[in-house]
Design a protein around this ligand. Structure first.
Ligand code: PFF
Length: 454
């Protein structure tokens, strides 16, 4: 096959590629959703189910995205022109471009909230009378409903994302991920150590790790799969785009297994950092913004050395959100530079304005635009719903069908063995082909049906 990689930037090696891809995967989903889901859905049993799904369903889908990206060395739209010229598969590219546009719009708003809370933590604001839950709850709702402040922080967060992406794949995305990903792991481990040494923390560990089969239903399996999908950034074109910067000599199996490994370990660490502290202070665990922006600041205010812990936590949240948002912005940037031949800086500037407007609509939908409802949802929730429940799943399904059936076994084998130069046991290859062709599409269709019914 013709080598199209000459003029493109590429990641230095498989470890840097894994750092960038794990950066895309590790994000708000790990910090505010996974710990709660673990506790609510049967603890260790949920973890076991999650791991099985991550390995047997999500890993094949990541591989599919890596195969498309690395083989085409193109953006999510152009990839289909290279791999299946003149055929209608390009429509998948449109679906996979829409998803990151919607995700980044609301993600950037929450990224902005984390900057605000990091600044509050840095000025030791969660102390004394400012630490009671009612105050913290009204502080949060007053902030997010304010018409101006969240917009300012959304602008700042999106600006930081844009600068990193504008600097380039190697000097921006790769360098940033290489520095901050290890730092992120160190910081979460510090919080874990602090949390598990609090008196009464064992109840939290019990909550997330104690196996409870009675809480496991078919719904649990689908919840775990939905979470794994969002957490691993599947069906969004981000993995295809990042894989297009992976060199021909790198081992795709190693890159995908590394990404799943780091994302899952981080999610488990997040559980061990958050739930023991929540239980040590006798608070009910909740999901989402309430946990991160109300419950945790209250907990930090109660613990010794809570001030520095709060700083580390909100800094981690910001970094985790940034490494994900740069991957989302890169999807559109790569597309604009390659398909419309724009300079990278212009592509980023145009994308910035698009995301700024959509993000502003999401931000204002918490306050002044809260009456604007579509299908009973405000703009923020609507973007979240359409991307996570429809577009990402549809993208994942179409991508697996494309690789499993249109490209076929031969291409899968060529990519996983680097044209025969890597030794991959034939049984493993056959299993992967089977998972890509039958199991992964069936699982995605099952989530669709489950969501439509419920
Ligand atoms: N995986 C990210 C998280 O868990 O927060 C969210 C995400 C990033 C979804 C990038 C989709 C994506 F393309």
């Amino acid at each position: 096959m013709k080598d199209l990689s000459e003029k493109r930037e590429s990641f230095a090696g498989s470890m840097t590629a894994i750092m960038a891809m794990a950066g895309s995967a590790v994000g708000l989903g790990n910090l505010w959703r996974f710990p709660y889901l673990m506790g609510e859905n049967g603890g260790a049993t949920f973890i076991a189910i999650y791991l099985l799904l991550a390995i047997f369903i999500c890993l094949p889908i990541i591989l599919v995205e890596f195969i498309i990206g690395r083989r085409s060395q193109k953006n999510i739209y152009g990839a289909f022109e290279v791999l299946a010229p003149g055929k209608p598969w390009k429509l998948i590219g449109i679906c996979c471009t829409l998803a990151p546009i919607l995700v980044l719009s609301f993600y950037s708003v929450v990224g902005g909230w984390s900057i605000n809370y990091l600044l509050k933590a840095l000025s030791f604001s969660f102390t004394g009378e400012n630490s009671n839950p009612e105050y913290l709850s009204s502080l949060f709702s007053n902030f997010v409903t304010d018409p101006y402040k969240p917009l300012l922080f959304h602008t700042l967060f999106l600006g930081m994302t844009a600068v990193i992406v504008a600097v380039g794949v190697k000097k921006g995305i790769e360098r940033f991920s290489k520095i901050v990903m290890p730092l992120l792991f160190v910081m979460i481990i510090i919080i874990v150590v602090k949390a598990v040494t609090l008196p009464g923390s064992s109840a939290g560990l019990n909550y997330i790790f104690k196996p409870d089969f009675s809480k496991v239903t078919s719904e649990t399996v689908l919840k775990a799969l939905g979470q794994a999908f969002f957490s691993l950034s599947l069906g969004c074109g981000t993995m295809v785009t990042y894989a297009s910067y992976v060199g021909r000599k790198e081992n795709l199996l190693k890159c995908s297994a590394g990404t799943v490994f780091f994302d899952t370990i981080f999610a488990l660490l997040a559980g061990c950092a958050i739930m023991p502290a929540v239980f040590a202070y006798g608070i009910n665990p909740s999901e989402g913004p309430g946990l991160v922006f109300v419950t945790l600041p209250h907990i930090f205010s109660q613990m010794t050395a809570g001030g520095p812990v709060a700083i580390i936590f909100f800094f981690s949240l910001l970094i985790a959100a940034l490494t994900s948002s740069i991957s989302l912005l890169e999807v559109l940037t790569a597309l604009l530079t390659e398909e419309l031949h724009l300079k990278r800086t212009w592509a980023v500037v145009i994308s910035f304005f698009l995301f700024w407007i959509l993000g502003a609509a999401c931000s204002l939908s918490q306050g002044v635009l809260s009456d604007v409802l579509v299908f009973g949802k405000n703009i923020f929730d609507l973007f979240d719903y359409i991307s996570a429940n429809i577009l990402m799943l549809a993208g994942g399904l179409l991508l697996t069908i494309f690789v499993g059936w249109a490209l076929g076994k031969k291409v899968i084998r060529e990519e996983l063995t680097n044209d025969g130069s890597l030794r991959v046991p034939p049984v493993l290859l056959q299993t992967i082909v089977f998972l890509i062709r039958y199991v992964a599409p069936a699982a995605i269709i099952a989530i669709f049906i489950f969501q439509t019914i419920s």
